[in-house]
Write a protein that binds this ligand. Structure first.
Ligand SMILES: [Zn+2]
Length: 508
C-alpha cells in the first residue's frame, strides 16, 4: 500500500480522518455525535451511553453491554475544544472531520444538507464517491460500511461562502496529531505515517463485539477489537483464552466452547448471537487481577527451575537481500547473524534447546517469523536487531515486549526487563529501557517474545562496541543469564547484577 503522511492529499486520507473521528481521536461535530448515538441505538452491540471503557475500568462491574473497543468516544470535551456548541452545524464540520464516511447516511436520511456537501458542491476538486480510495475492505456488517452505503443527500444551495477549510482528503497537522495519538494508544511506532501496521490497526479498532460472527478460521484468523473484547470477557469469567491479543486462535475457540458447554449452549466454538446474548446476560463472577497474566506466570513456574528442554527460538532480525541498518562499516544483518550463532551455541551448552527460525539467506515478514516460532512451539522468542537513526547522537539498548493499553504479556515484560538489566550491566551501552509494542512479531507469537535493539549503528560509540567480539559475547552471556532468571522462582533469583550460568557437563 502507499504510505500516507503529512501533506498528502488523496481520497484515502478522508477515510482515515473519518475513522479517527469515529474512534474519538479527532473532535466530532455535534451532528456526528447524534449520528453515532443513533447508530448505537440501532445496534444491540454498540454502547448504550457512548462511554468509553478503558483498560481495567470494568474490574468491579459486571459485564455490561458496553463496548470496550473504542479508546475514547466523542464526548463533550470535543464540543469545547472545537468551539462549536451542540446543535449548531458550521463549516467547521468540514475542517475537523468531514463526516464523509461516518454520518452522511444519518444526515441524508433526515434530508439535511451537510456542510460537507456544501463544500463539495463549491469545490469540484473534492471527490464525492464515498467508496473511492478505500484502502481497506470492510465487512458488510461494519458500522462505517453501513453508513457509507447509505444514499447521499442532494446538496442544498449554499448562501454562506465556504470559510477557510481543510479538505477532508488533505493530511493536515490535526490528522497527523490524531494519528500519532492513535499509534501511541495501540503500541505502534509513533511516526504519524499511515503504513500497513497503522492501517490494519485502524481497521481492527473499529470492530465492535457483535459486528460479525467470530470463529476460528486457521487460514485467516479474525483479528480486531471485537475479538479482544470477547477474550477479555471470557478471561474475566475464568476461561482460558491465553493472551488477550485480539486474534481468534485455537485457544479462544476452546474458551468459547467451554463457555458454551457451561451455559448449556451448542458447543460449536463460534461466537454468534446466542453466545453473545449469554455473555451479556451473565454478570462477572471474577473481579480484579488479570487472569490471563496469572495463568501465563503459573505455566512458566510449572516448568520448574531446570533449563533442560526449554526451547528458545532465535530470530536474527534480517537476512538475504535485507541488510537492515548498514553504517560505519558494519551491517546489522551480518552482526546479528554472528550474535545469533554465538548465543545459540551458548544456550545449547547450558542445556537449553535453541533454534534459529530462519536461514541467513532468508528474508521473512514479521508474520512469517511469528508463524515459524509458533510451529516450533518455542518457550521464548528472542529477535535480534540493531537500531539506526537520522541523528548520530541516538544511542543505547532497548528491549520490546508485547503490550497495548488493553494488556501486555507479563512474561514478555519480565524477560525484557531481565535481559535489559543484564545487557546494561555487562556493557557500556546506554539504557534506553523496555517498552510495550504491538508489532506483529510480538503479537502473533504464542510464546513470550522479546525484541532487542542492541545499540545504534549510526552512532560512533555504539558502532565501535558492536564491532567487537567482546560485545557480542557479553550480549550472548546476558541473554543466557536473563533466560535462567526467567525460569527461576523469584526467591532463587540472585539479587546482584549478574548471574553466570555454568556449562552443563557432558554436552558438546
Ligand atoms: Zn533491524
Amino acid at each position: 500500500m502507499k504510505l500516507l503522511r503529512l501533506g498528502d492529499q488523496e481520497p484515502a486520507v478522508a477515510e482515515v480522518r473519518a475513522t479517527l473521528t469515529y474512534l474519538g481521536f479527532l473532535p466530532a461535530t455535534p451532528r456526528q455525535i447524534s449520528g453515532s448515538a443513533e447508530r448505537a441505538g440501532a445496534d444491540p452491540a454498540a454502547p448504550p451511553d457512548g462511554s468509553a471503557s478503558g483498560p481495567g475500568s470494568g474490574s468491579t462491574t459486571g459485564i455490561s453491554p458496553d463496548s470496550p473497543t473504542s479508546p475514547t468516544k466523542p464526548d463533550t470535551a470535543a464540543y469545547q475544544s472545537s468551539g462549536v456548541s451542540p446543535g449548531t452545524a458550521t463549516t467547521r464540520d468540514v475542517a475537523t472531520s468531514l463526516d464523509a464516511a461516518t454520518s452522511q447516511g444519518t444526515a441524508a436520511s433526515k434530508g439535511l444538507a451537510t456542510t460537507s456537501d456544501q463544500a463539495a458542491s463549491t469545490d469540484p476538486g473534492i471527490p464525492r464517491d464515498p467508496g473511492a480510495g478505500s484502502a481497506t475492505t470492510q465487512s458488510p456488517g461494519s458500522k462505517l460500511g453501513l453508513a457509507r452505503d447509505a444514499p447521499v443527500a442532494t446538496p442544498a444551495p449554499s448562501t454562506v461562502p465556504a470559510a477557510p477549510v481543510v479538505p477532508a482528503d488533505r493530511f493536515d497537522l490535526s490528522l497527523d496529531r490524531a494519528l500519532r495519538a492513535f499509534q501511541q494508544s495501540r503500541g505502534l511506532s509513533v511516526d504519524g505515517i499511515l503504513g500497513p501496521d497503522s492501517a490494519r490497526s485502524l481497521e481492527e479498532a473499529r470492530r465492535n463485539l457483535g459486528d460479525r460472527l467470530l470463529y476460528h478460521s486457521p487460514a485467516h484468523p479474525f483479528a480486531g477489537d471485537d475479538v479482544a473484547a470477547l477474550q477479555e470477557r471470557l478471561s474475566n469469567m475464568g476461561f482460558d483464552v491465553g493472551r488477550t491479543d485480539g486474534i481468534f486462535g485455537p485457544r479462544t475457540e476452546g474458551a468459547v466452547r467451554e463457555f458454551q458447554r457451561n451455559r448449556g449452549l451448542a458447543s460449536d466454538g463460534r461466537c454468534g448471537p446466542h453466545t453473545l446474548r449469554e455473555l451479556k446476560r451473565l454478570r462477572r463472577t471474577v473481579t480484579g487481577g488479570r487472569p490471563d497474566v496469572l495463568r501465563e506466570s503459573v505455566r512458566l513456574l510449572a516448568r520448574g527451575s531446570s533449563l533442560l528442554g526449554v526451547v528458545i527460538a532465535l530470530d536474527p532480525g534480517h537476512g538475504g537481500g535485507d541488510t537492515g541498518v548498514a553504517c560505519n562499516g558494519l551491517c546489522e544483518r551480518d552482526l546479528m547473524a554472528d550474535l545469533a550463532d554465538r548465543l545459540s551455541t551458548r544456550l545449547i551448552d547450558s542445556g537449553l534447546e535453541s533454534v534459529l527460525i530462519h536461514a541467513p539467506d532468508e528474508s521473512l515478514t514479521e508474520q512469517e517469523r511469528a508463524a515459524r516460532a509458533n510451529s516450533l512451539e518455542a518457550d521464548l522468542l528472542i529477535s535480534l536487531h540493531t537500531d539506526g537513526s537520522d541523528s548520530r547522537h541516538a544511542q543505547g539498548v532497548s528491549a520490546y515486549y508485547y503490550g497495548t493499553t488493553r494488556g501486555s504479556s507479563a512474561v514478555g515484560e519480565r524477560f525484557a526487563q531481565l535481559v535489559q538489566r543484564e545487557i546494561v550491566s555487562r556493557t557500556s551501552m546506554q539504557d534506553c529501557r523496555t517498552h510495550p509494542k504491538a508489532w506483529d512479531l510480538l503479537r502473533r507469537t504464542r510464546m513470550p517474545a522479546v525484541r532487542l535493539d542492541l545499540g545504534y549503528l549510526t552512532n560512533e560509540q555504539d558502532a565501535r562496541a558492536l564491532g567487537t567480539t567482546q560485545f557480542l559475547s557479553a550480549v550472548a552471556e546476558a541473554v543466557l543469564a536473563a533466560t535462567q532468571r526467567l525460569f527461576l522462582p523469584p526467591e532463587m533469583d540472585a539479587p546482584t547484577g549478574q548471574l553466570h550460568v555454568p556449562r552443563v557437563a557432558g554436552r558438546s
